[in-house]
Design a protein around this ligand. Structure first.
Ligand SMILES: Nc1ncnc2c1ncn2[C@@H]1O[C@H](COP(=O)(O)OP(=O)(O)O)[C@@H](O)[C@H]1O
Ligand SMILES: [Mg+2]
Length: 290
């Protein structure tokens, strides 16, 4: 298979020569027959936080899901250490060093912290799991005193730490995070980004971070992709994106202007939201015609 990204630098001019761990090449992806990601290229390097920012509905989560084999890949390639892993499922990718922390359902509320970590190590034998457990607690020592707590009783920041720790049980080299600060206060947002996500990158992990909170994310990221309407509208050092006045609208959560024709329809919805209502929910007089 082609391995054109194996040792590529993302932007030699900018002095960023870290080896690429994970890459998407001309990725087209979506659901059913509908593409929502239209030919995206990204590089994610070890020891770096790579952020994908952009307005709601831009296709950021779909990009992650396509990489992870959850959304449908319709074209292009996913490369892991230069090897084609397009369409591999979560478990195969987990075995090859890719960890994923979804936006929701990233931990089991009804289980203790220790049990969540053990679940994260499900692919490991007992002894390795115990070793890894200790290593993960060395990375996040705050969890040591909370091992018996039920996750449902913890703060958002503690929960996210548990979710990251759980993902770390398999010693991933690449960690993919979908909006880790969703629902968190500004203080907890900065705690999670600086003391959890950044710390893991500084330990050598390749961190791919999707964030709605673009400003907070760009402040601690190395590289940024601005995604609009399923395409990469800008790819640059995070600091450069942060300083770009044209990006201000995005940071405020406003609708982006570029490219005009690539904006997803306002009424595009995941199928779970658009399933037929049951009869009791139909307005009076409505009928499902046959
Ligand atoms: N499971 C799904 N089935 C069909 N369409 C979906 C599904 N999930 C998301 N979409 C649509 O794909 C587009 C991009 O969504 P998403 O990737 O979640 O954007 P973002 O994460 O940037 O907010 C939106 O129009 C959304 O409605
Ligand atoms: Mg999303």
């Amino acid at each position: 298979m082609s391995s054109d990204s194996g040792s590529a630098a993302r932007n030699p001019d900018a002095g960023d020569t870290a080896p690429v761990a994970l890459a998407a090449r001309n990725l087209v992806a979506g659901y059913g027959d509908v593409a929502v990601v239209h030919g995206v290229d990204i590089d994610v390097a070890g020891g770096r936080v790579t952020a994908v920012v952009g307005p709601n509905g831009a296709g950021k989560s779909t990009l992650l899901k396509a990489i992870l084999g959850i959304a449908r890949v319709m074209g292009g390639q996913i490369l892991l250490e230069g090897q084609d892993v397009t369409g591999r499922g979560l478990e195969q990718l987990a075995r090859r060093g890719v960890g994923y922390v979804p936006q929701v359902d990233d931990v089991f509320d009804s289980m203790r912290v220790s049990e969540n970590l053990a679940m994260g190590g499900y692919l490991l034998d007992k002894r390795t799991r115990a070793e890894r457990f200790e290593q993960v607690l060395d990375i996040f020592p705050d969890l040591r005193g909370k091992l018996r707590r039920y996750v449902g009783s913890m703060s958002g920041g503690e929960r996210k730490m548990t979710a990251l720790a759980r993902a770390l049980m398999l010693e991933p080299s690449v960690l993919i995070l979908d909006e880790p600060t969703a629902g968190l206060s500004p203080a907890l947002t900065s705690t999670v980004l600086q003391e959890q996500v950044r710390v893991l990158a500084d330990r050598g992990n390749a961190m791919l971070l999707v964030e709605q909170k673009a400003h907070a994310a760009l402040e601690m990221s190395d590289w940024a992709y601005v995604m609009i309407g399923g395409q990469v509208a800008k790819s640059a050092r995070a600091a450069e994106v942060l300083a770009d006045p044209a990006m201000g609208e995005l940071f405020l959560g406003g609708r982006a202007r570029l490219p005009d024709d690539a904006k997803p329809p306002d009424d595009a919805k995941p199928p779970d939201d658009s399933q037929l209502p049951d009869d009791s929910q139909l307005p009076n007089g409505s009928e499902v015609s046959s």
